[in-house]
Write a protein that binds this ligand. Structure first.
Ligand code: C2E
Ligand code: MG
Ligand code: MG
Ligand code: MG
Length: 286
């Protein structure tokens, strides 16, 4: 009967749940060691204005290559760190490592660039988050104007009143804000207007659709761009993988593009080389 089925279901799921819990625990322990031993690193995915010739900055993306556990994707360990609270320590590390890298690129004679850093919900609940971020960039000697923080639309809209206040605080310290993964999180347009952020990043799902469903995705992307521009925001399309997507985005006057077609997330050395290329391109008479 139904009761017996339920019991069987429980028995089937129990080992699976134990496996998931054990995995989370080993990630949690591994992370503590990774932080201490320096097994975390950052990749930098370039952001471009329309084409590969116009590099405008990068998004920092965390990487974890563990000698024991192997390579673990951020989509797996960030949620664990979020639940354990370790995301706070990781988040401060990401900002200070980004600043250290910005200083190093400049010591190498490369032109100054801007970096965007992702934030998780637990970080946004910290009262002193913005002040601490500011202290970190100040100590590194980096102007806060060179750091942008990305907050996903769904997180931003969870408590939109609070987000408005938080964004004001970031702005008052000179940081810029982007709304990440836009289009999937049921935005209130009234709040979107109050956020007054610099950038909207269109979720990869819609960029994908520019190839797959033709007119429908095109209409949605076009509407998002028009909305953003009317609110005085720039639009970045994430996940650009094909020439067709890039051409459609450019024809819709999308301000910036990011994706594997143009560049994958790069090591700091590879991103430095790209910066150097831009510098020599600028120095070369047309
Ligand atoms: P996100 O912020 O939306 O970052 C974009 C993700 O899409 C990255 O995955 C990037 O590698 C990937 N991507 C970029 N271009 C393409 C493309 O053309 N095609 C495809 N298929 N994928 C593309 P990644 O690095 O695995 O990061 C996943 C998510 O983990 C990020 O999504 C972000 O939410 C989170 N994350 C990464 N680094 C950090 C961090 O330092 N702190 C926090 N709190 N979250 C982070
Ligand atoms: Mg992002
Ligand atoms: Mg995104
Ligand atoms: Mg995403």
């Amino acid at each position: 009967g139904a009761k017996e089925n339920g019991r069987n279901t429980f028995r089937i799921f129990e080992p699976e749940m134990t496996r998931i819990a054990m995995r989370a625990l080993s990630i949690q322990r591994g992370l503590q060691e990774a932080l201490a031993q320096g097994h975390l690193s950052l990749n930098f995915q370039p952001k471009f204005k329309g084409s590969i010739e116009k590099l405008v900055g990068a998004e920092a993306l965390i990487r974890w290559n563990d000698p024991k556990l192997g390579t673990i994707a951020p989509l797996e360990f960030i949620p664990v760190a979020e639940r354990s609270g370790q995301i706070l320590q990781i988040g401060y590390w990401v900002v200070s490592e980004t600043c250290r890298q910005l200083v190093e690129w400049e010591k190498d004679g490369l032109p100054p660039t801007k970096v965007a850093i992702n934030l998780s919900p637990h970080q946004l609940r910290q009262r002193d988050l913005v002040a601490r971020m500011r202290a970190i960039v100040d100590e590194a000697g980096i102007a806060p104007q060179r750091i942008m923080f990305e907050i996903t639309e769904s997180v931003a809209m969870q408590d939109a009143e609070k987000t408005v206040a938080m964004i004001r605080e970031f702005h008052s310290h000179g940081f810029e804000i982007a709304i990440d993964d836009f289009g999937t999180g049921y935005s209130s347009l009234a709040y979107l207007q109050q956020f007054r952020v610099k950038q909207l990043k269109i979720d990869r799902f819609f960029t994908d659709g520019l190839d797959k469903h033709g007119d429908e995705a095109y209409a949605i992307v076009s509407a998002i761009i028009a909305l953003a521009h009317s609110l005085d925001m720039d639009v970045v399309a994430e996940g650009v993988e094909t020439q067709t997507q890039l051409e459609k985005l450019n024809s819709l006057l999308c301000d910036q593009v990011q994706g594997f077609l143009l560049a994958r997330p790069l090591t700091s050395e590879a991103f430095g080389a790209l910066l150097r290329g831009r510098q020599s391109a600028v120095g070369t008479p047309a």
